[in-house]
Design a protein around this ligand. Structure first.
Ligand code: B12
Ligand code: SF4
Length: 499
């Protein structure tokens, strides 16, 4: 079966009714487009979120799904008549709709091969291919794997030697080849190809990761893959692995320069797990941006590791165009950080970095996570108290969520902190929804507490910087999505009266 045509798809996503919709240019799909084109495969790309932005279907009392419907997607696929379809299943909550799409496609094109990749199938590959309509799950980064698989299919060979895939044999048994090899030199990868996506529509909507932006013309970039830390809640290791692999500063800056020339990009969102882990490399990226006079704004909405920052690096980042820091502090309790989360971070470092960053003039967002197995109410209170105390622009509290691929899910299962029938495919995007029950809290109790503390923290932030706070809320929430902002505010206010 010679593979000549590939169709790449970003599927719809279920979200809670009260949440604002978000859509970011799908970087994984753009990387895969590049490698497929380099092998002379004709490519068609469909991001069903951007194309179906106005299509919102109620799925239950609390949730809607937005994006093109599975039948519409199957129609589009049929028109292109591909040999393979690659579906990116980034979030576990998309897994069920991915199955629906695969079913609709196979009804129309029974012999087409369906590949799935992304965070969810990377963590639960066997689950993905136990669906009869899905032929292959690709584990972790897909650029090399997809090409090996296409070669195998083209030569009618068994894929049994391919690293990092999962599939069903003809007799129905599942073969799982774990991911053991990662791309050694990321500079060898072609830059992501955005030409097959409606770039101007993403710019116009401007609803990317992080919500708060300065400009509209934004494109995401990844400068490194992998993180050696072992945070208990983190689910990224099945995708990028534990080894830190970084692109050279020249390669990164060449990509950014190209994006500015080609798309007149004004802002870059760095989506690395840990962009500044290699401090020298991060400094060199900044130096090159300055030397080449590339004038774009930067943020890293996925967070920067606080332990990998210092005053010197912060100054360089600011001079290079970074205006906002998203700091993953995680907890206000040192013992929770060290003994439960296993994050290599000292709270003194948090104060030092925030102090420097304020002096340099950054806007600062801080993320916290509460609700770990073994975490006491007193330890959690330290987090909420720190959140109210910090001199930053925004503070978000998330509830620890047992995503597949995280150690947290293993602990929760082993210690029976989640129901036996817990299905990770039902983990929605409500980041304050509890799942775990411990001797100290229930999911419902924790959710109420977090909403109450969120409101108290918002008031504390408003009091510290009334003008800046109001401006940011107005520009980035009220103007962008008035309905969702109002509904979210009502729910948060209501929680004040809940005990
Ligand atoms: C950017 C991002 C977002 C963006 C999404 C952008 C988009 N449409 O592309 C936004 C802001 C929307 C987002 C939101 C959320 N996110 Co997010 N996000 C990320 C992040 C930081 C980077 C993703 C990325 O662009 N990576 C770079 C590209 C190059 O990699 P990639 O997409 O994974 O693709 C590669 C491989 O996976 C593979 N591949 C992918 N698809 C396919 C398909 C085929 C056919 C093949 C062969 C290969 C393949 O090959 C690609 C190239 O190597 C990841 C963390 C991470 N490191 O992955 C979390 C991550 C995906 N997000 C996560 C979560 C939890 C969320 C939220 C639920 C958080 C929340 N509670 O609000 C929401 C939910 C979504 C929503 N509807 O709002 C989790 C997912 C866990 C899970 N199993 O569900 C991750 C893994 C982070 C984590 N905490 O562990 N997110
Ligand atoms: S949470 Fe951040 S620092 Fe911790 S393991 Fe994940 S990517 Fe690394």
């Amino acid at each position: 079966m010679k593979i000549k045509k590939a169709f790449l798809l970003f599927p719809p996503c279920p979200i809670p009714k009260m949440f604002p919709k978000r859509v970011q240019m799908p970087l994984g799909i753009a990387y895969l487009t590049s490698v497929l084109l380099s092998k002379n495969i004709e490519v068609e790309v469909l991001d069903s979120l951007i194309e179906g932005w106005d299509e919102v279907v109620e799925i239950d009392e609390h949730n809607v799904q937005f994006g093109l419907r599975p039948v519409e997607i199957a129609e589009r696929v049929k028109t292109f008549l591909p040999d393979i379809i690659g579906i990116s299943c980034m979030f576990s909550i998309q897994a069920k709709v991915v199955s629906e799409i695969a079913k609709e496609i196979k009804k129309k094109l029974p012999s087409v091969k369906i590949f799935v990749g992304g965070a969810h199938p990377s963590s639960m590959p066997e689950d993905a291919v136990s669906d009869d309509n899905i032929d292959f799950a690709i584990i972790g980064e897909g650029e090399e794997t997809v090409i090996s698989l296409i070669r195998c299919l083209g030569e009618n060979k068994s894929p049994s030697d391919i690293d990092g895939i999962c599939y069903r044999e003809e007799n129905g048994s599942i073969v799982l080849n774990p991911k053991t090899r990662y791309i050694g030199n990321l500079d060898n990868l072609s830059f992501p190809n955005w030409d097959f996506l409606p770039v101007e529509k993403y710019f116009r909507l401007n609803r990317p990761h992080g919500t708060i932006t300065r400009n509209n013309r934004i494109i995401p970039v990844v400068t490194s893959r992998g993180c050696p830390a072992k945070c208990v809640f983190c689910s990224i290791h099945p995708i990028w692995g534990r080894k830190y692999r970084a692109r050279s500063p020249e390669n990164v800056v060449n990509e950014i320069e190209e994006l500015v020339k080609k798309y007149n990009v004004q802002e870059i969102h760095i989506e690395d797990d840990n962009m500044t882990l290699d401090k020298r490399r991060a400094e060199k990226i900044c130096d090159l941006l300055i030397a080449r006079q590339i004038k774009v704004s930067f943020t890293a909405p996925n967070g920067l590791a606080v332990w990998a920052l210092d005053d010197g690096l912060l100054r360089k980042l600011k001079n290079a165009g970074f205006y906002r820091l998203t700091l993953a502090v995680e907890s206000g309790s040192q013992s929770t950080l060290t003994k439960i989360i296993h994050k290599p971070l000292k709270l003194e470092k948090v104060f030092e970095v925030i102090d420097s960053a304020n002096k340099i003039g950054f806007d600062i967002d801080v993320f916290f996570v509460v609700g770990f197995p073994g975490e006491t109410p007193e330890e959690m209170q330290k987090t909420f108290d720190l959140g109210k105390k910090l001199d930053v622009s925004s503070v978000k509290y998330f509830v620890a969520t047992p995503y597949p691929g995280s150690e947290l899910l293993d602990i929760a299962r082993k210690e029976k902190l989640i129901p036996d029938n817990f299905d990770p495919r039902d983990i929605g995007i409500n980041a304050v929804k509890g799942n775990i029950t411990t001797e100290y809290f229930t999911p419902e109790g924790l959710e109420k507490k977090v909403l109450k503390e969120t409101m108290a923290t918002q008031i504390a932030l408003l009091k510290k910087h009334p003008l800046k706070y109001t401006f940011n809320i107005f520009r980035n929430y009220v103007l962008k999505d008035p309905g969702a902002t109002l509904s979210f505010a009502c729910k948060t206010l209501k929680s004040k009266f809940l005990r």
